[in-house]
Design a protein around this ligand. Structure first.
Ligand SMILES: *Cc1c(COP(=O)(O)O)cnc(C)c1O
Length: 350
């Protein structure tokens, strides 16, 4: 049996970052208390900071982004309600059908390019108010859109979706797993992107490089209702300040540097796009996600991934002929160039 090659350059996800030594020190030194009782000063600081960053009245700290989405859905929706979201969104394909399993709601998927739709799409998807119709209740947008290639929702699109949702009495929720990537790449503040939405969260464990956590923000009434679900689902914690301290550290030190990840993603995309048979438009790489269509290379995504894996480089497989590479804090420009060369070599090997 051969020993599997250790992964040296991991482009599988921006969740693969490890806390830096400085982040670990901040965690070790964090003042803490019983979070479930509202007595953890570091969690309180983090929530106040994110609420301010996103221009909302209040925020709460949760173990994961998935729990942020699910609790938001539970607060906004009742059984029988319908959520309007892009067909490829995380809540549709990557959360265990939580909307249905937990809130008794389901998603009306909007077919759209790169995960971005318009206010008119919302208006067209809202149901008539008839006894037989599902009750349209919530619209969800994903900033940036993961499976849409890390595409950034233009501010005007969010505003038009917000106007359409509110005109029909629906709430608007933003999955902000990579909202800070969008803000850094576009120069538009997270607060501006979040202004049209009723609830929004940031993932600390993606590009921001924390080991754990998401922060969900909204009105005081929304956050109060969300706290009930946080308890109910077992998301209320104890000395969670060690985790919140990582978040505070990340907000101080890991936001502006997301620009490096975007630069590295563009470098990687330009190199990979030049490989014969690869379908990839580098102009579509707006943030840190690079999707690669390899169908015309004559090789499957699995084969290419296995070959780069032999060189200690991990690239994600996202379908028979689709791959995904994600840049982050733990890969530098030289490593990304090496990964692109390994990809080219894997394809050239035929
Ligand atoms: C990762 C991700 C989530 C879920 O976040 P976790 O912290 O992994 O639970 C939700 N939405 C999007 C778009 C994501 O990429």
């Amino acid at each position: 049996m051969t020993t599997p090659t250790a992964i040296r350059i991991d482009l599988i996800s921006d969740t693969s970052t490890r806390p830096t030594p400085a982040m670990r020190r901040a965690m070790a030194e964090a003042p803490v208390g019983d979070e479930q009782r509202g007595e953890d000063p570091s969690v309180d600081r983090l929530c106040a900071r994110v609420a301010d960053l996103l221009g909302k009245e209040a925020a709460l700290f949760l173990p994961s982004g998935t729990m942020c989405n699910q609790i938001a859905i539970l607060v906004h929706c009742r059984p029988g309600d319908e959520i309007i979201a892009a067909a490829d969104s995380h809540i549709v394909g990557s959360e265990g059908a939580g909307a249905a399993a937990l809130a008794g709601s389901y998603v009306r998927p909007v077919a759209c390019a790169r995960g971005i739709f318009s206010g008119d799409d919302v208006t067209a998807a809202v149901r008539d108010r008839k006894p037989k119709s599902p009750r349209s209740r919530l619209v969800e947008v994903e900033q940036t859109n993961n499976r849409g290639g890390g595409a950034i929702w233009p501010l005007e699109a969010i505003e038009s979706v917000g106007r359409a949702a509110h005109a029909h009495g629906l709430d608007l929720h933003m999955d902000g797993a990579r909202l800070m990537n969008a803000a850094v790449a576009s120069g538009i503040s997270a607060r501006a992107y979040a202004a049209p939405v009723d609830s929004v969260w940031l993932d600390l464990s993606k590009g921001l490089g924390c080991p754990v956590g998401g922060v969900l923000a909204g009105s005081s009434a929304f956050v109060e209702a969300a706290w009930v679900w946080k308890h109910r689902l077992g998301g209320a914690m104890r000395q969670a300040g060690v985790l919140a301290a990582a978040g505070l550290h990340a907000l101080d030190h890991h936001v502006e540097r997301l620009a490096e990840d975007h630069h590295n993603a563009r470098r990687f995309a330009a190199r990979v796009a030049a490989v014969p048979g690869v379908e990839l438009d580098p102009a579509e790489v707006e943030t840190n996600l690079v999707f690669i269509n390899v169908e015309e290379t004559g090789l499957s995504a699995e084969t290419i991934a296995a070959r780069t894996g032999e060189r200690g480089i991990r690239i994600g497989v996202d379908g028979e002929f689709r791959m995904r590479a994600v840049t982050h804090l733990d890969v530098n420009e030289a490593q990304v160039a090496e990964a692109a060369d390994a990809f080219a070599g894997a394809v050239a090997a035929g």
